[in-house]
Design a protein around this ligand. Sequence first.
Ligand code: MTE
Ligand code: MO
Length: 396
Amino acid sequence: MADHRTARLFARLEPLRRGPLRGDAFRSRLHEERTAATLGIVLGVAFGICFLTGLVSHGIQRGPTGVQELWRAGPVSLYRVTQGLHLLTGIVSIPLLLLKLWVVYPRLWSWPPFRDLTHLVERLSLVALVGGALFQLATGLMNVFYWYAFPFNFPNAHYAGSYIAIGGLVTHIGAKWHVTRRALRAPAAPPAMAARVATGSLTRRGLLVTAGAAAAGLLVTTLGSVWEPLSRLAILAPRRAGDGPQGLPVNRTATPETIAAGRSADYRLAVAGNVPRPFELTLDELRALPRVGASLPIACVEGWSTGADWSGVRVRDLLDRAGAAPDAVVRVVSLQREGSSRSTLYPNHARDPRTLMALELNGEELHPDHGWPTRLIGPNRPGTQQTKWVARLEVV
Ligand SMILES: Nc1nc2c(c(=O)[nH]1)N[C@H]1C(S)=C(S)[C@@H](COP(=O)(O)O)O[C@H]1N2
Ligand SMILES: [Mo]
């Protein structure tokens, strides 16, 4: 009854249709279901990986304490892999999403705009999916390029946007499941039709090969930001694996103030807070303690990572000397006043024998930009939590 009335209403509106609303506005045969379905599957997989790896990254850094405590110190490069996948799946999604939007574009103007309530809900979920996905890819890309032009807090907005996009995606998959299966099982276009397509500028295969080449091109020119062997090809990345002083990129350089504070005769590394035997060390005293080496990457949230060889004093040994409890949570405080100058060590990381107050990087004394006089380096941690220019380990 209601459907019938809606149909009549749309029929009466028919003469008003103009421009892209005209039934024959889109002539290319490449706007078809099979291509849309193929691209949809690839995008679904990429978005799924991007969402899950993003959840991991968010959970470790900003999740509830319980979640942060769960994150293990090994495998040492796990975060490097999950964040690398986050970057790469996001980047290759950009051309694929744009192409998918082009392929389905005529459908956005289909008439009638909706047939029934389910169809209306399905179409509205597209607003969440398309809007959310474009927002995620745009803000993510801007973040990779350190371009904070947006008036909102990036992590919060990017996190909220992920649920909007993934909610739209799940609804969309539910609604399109049968259409997708049908489209992919149907035999390819009959020869007569294929011939007609071929006389146009591009075939369906040509379109998909072009899309695949664009995605592969972006992959190759980005992979080198997280993988040293391809770093020379990373022409699109603002930071490359293995580039920078002592073979490691730098996010934030040392300020004259932090350098002066480190050089000062007053510099101390304090181990303090909720411990029975707090103490302070001069730089020479810290250097005189037993050192160990560890091969650990820095994996920046903003999309680059590099492996490096470190040597320094075990945080665990310092905590034991102060009499800290085995389950102590440690705040790592920097000489630097502003910025991401603090991080937290939960027991999985604080007690790990590879978590160090580093003094050397790749066989040399730490460069000021890498945290001289000493910096935290630990296994399987986001770069933001590898605090440089450390002044204090505070048990909370
Ligand atoms: N005190 C302090 N430590 C910091 C930062 C900072 O801004 N201040 N940046 C962090 C970030 S985001 C990263 S990725 C790593 C980078 O370390 P690197 O510059 O030695 O490569 O340092 C971390 N440690
Ligand atoms: Mo970072």
